[in-house]
Design a protein around this ligand. Structure first.
Ligand SMILES: NC(=O)c1ccc[n+]([C@@H]2O[C@H](COP(=O)([O-])OP(=O)(O)OC[C@H]3O[C@@H](n4cnc5c(N)ncnc54)[C@H](OP(=O)(O)O)[C@@H]3O)[C@@H](O)[C@H]2O)c1
Length: 280
């Protein structure tokens, strides 16, 4: 199915999140923005964060006819005081919290491990790991107090499973996200709270563009994938919808890898090596 031709799926699921409240960090662009649109379209009231007020206003305009309300809360996840305000503000706005998508992240500068600075490491860990840890604490406390379960999704990455040269702090941070995900899942499952990660492969967003430099370079990157293309933010939003929804009711502590088959592929496997292997 083409990623832009999902009208049949939409009509089947319309309204599944009516009355629910979702918190989404990193909602001002990319995967987060696509998820704000999709989840509010399905009926949830969405409280989203980021730093760019202009992008947030644009998204609010784009979602004004959606079934759920969309509210922006500016915050910088490098600042602990800012992070600690997010969940109380979401609850003050919408009265409860059913879903959280801890999605905001930074890639950090590229370079060999020995060239990476302590500042880069600290920045990447502050946004990608420490903020997720603090948010999880507040989200879990709120959901336990409500006593009606919940579903939390953290954004890891294919970089949380495999290393690529040049991004040691990012790769380490996304492995850490999986550790937090599993810990939260095993500790809070008894409250009916499910905690999972979504692990995207290459997705066409500002973050990936900043690493690869141009859309042409992203197209070239797509050609090494079994599906012969990189993914769209909307395709990750669909995975988050599934993880939020009751359709995934027995799924927790897991990483849903959405990567166009990249990590299923044996490194170096090309049609040529497949032909050679079968002849041997
Ligand atoms: N694109 C990919 O190929 C890919 C692959 C695997 C995983 N991921 C992960 O997916 C997540 C979303 O990234 P994306 O690809 O959608 O990139 P993106 O468009 O650059 O989005 C990143 C989001 O994080 C927010 N953010 C960054 N630093 C922040 C800070 N200090 N305080 C508050 N918010 C901050 C940004 O908002 P503001 O700039 O407004 O603050 C933005 O909304 C990240 O965790 C990323 O690691 C992406």
């Amino acid at each position: 199915m083409s990623p832009t031709n999902r009208s049949l799926g939409i009509s089947k699921t319309q309204g599944i999140f009516d009355g629910k409240v979702a918190l989404i960090t990193g909602g001002t662009s990319g995967i987060g923005a696509a998820t704000v649109k999709r989840v509010s379209n399905l009926g949830a009231n969405v409280f989203f964060t980021g730093r760019r007020v202009g992008e947030a206003k644009k998204l609010i305009r784009e979602t004004k006819h959606n079934a759920g309300k969309v509210v922006f809360f500016p915050s910088d996840l490098r600042d602990r005081a800012d992070v600690e305000k997010i969940v109380p503000a979401a609850v003050a706005t919408f009265g409860r919290l059913d879903f959280a998508f801890n999605n905001a992240g930074v890639s950090g500068p590229t370079g060999l491990l020995t060239e990476q600075s302590e500042q880069s490491f600290d920045l990447v860990f502050a946004v990608n790991v420490k903020a997720v840890f603090l948010l999880l604490q507040n989200e879990l406390r709120q959901m336990v107090a409500q006593d009606s379960g919940g579903s939390i999704v953290n954004t890891s990455s294919v970089g949380g499973i495999l290393a690529a040269p040049g991004s040691a702090p990012y790769v380490a941070s996304k492995h850490a996200v999986l550790g937090l995900t599993k810990s939260a899942a095993v500790e809070y499952g008894k409250y009916g709270i499910r905690v999972n990660a979504v692990s995207p492969g290459a997705i066409r967003t500002e973050l990936l563009l900043s690493v690869f430099g141009s859309h042409e370079a992203l197209d070239q990157l797509g050609s090494v994938h079994p599906l012969s293309r990189i993914g769209s933010p909307e395709e990750i939003a669909e995975s988050v919808v599934w993880l939020f929804s009751d359709s995934s009711s027995y799924f927790t502590g897991q990483s849903l890898v959405v990567d166009g088959g990249l990590t299923a592929q044996r490194p170096g496997a090309t049609p040529l090596t497949i032909a050679r292997d079968s002849a041997a």
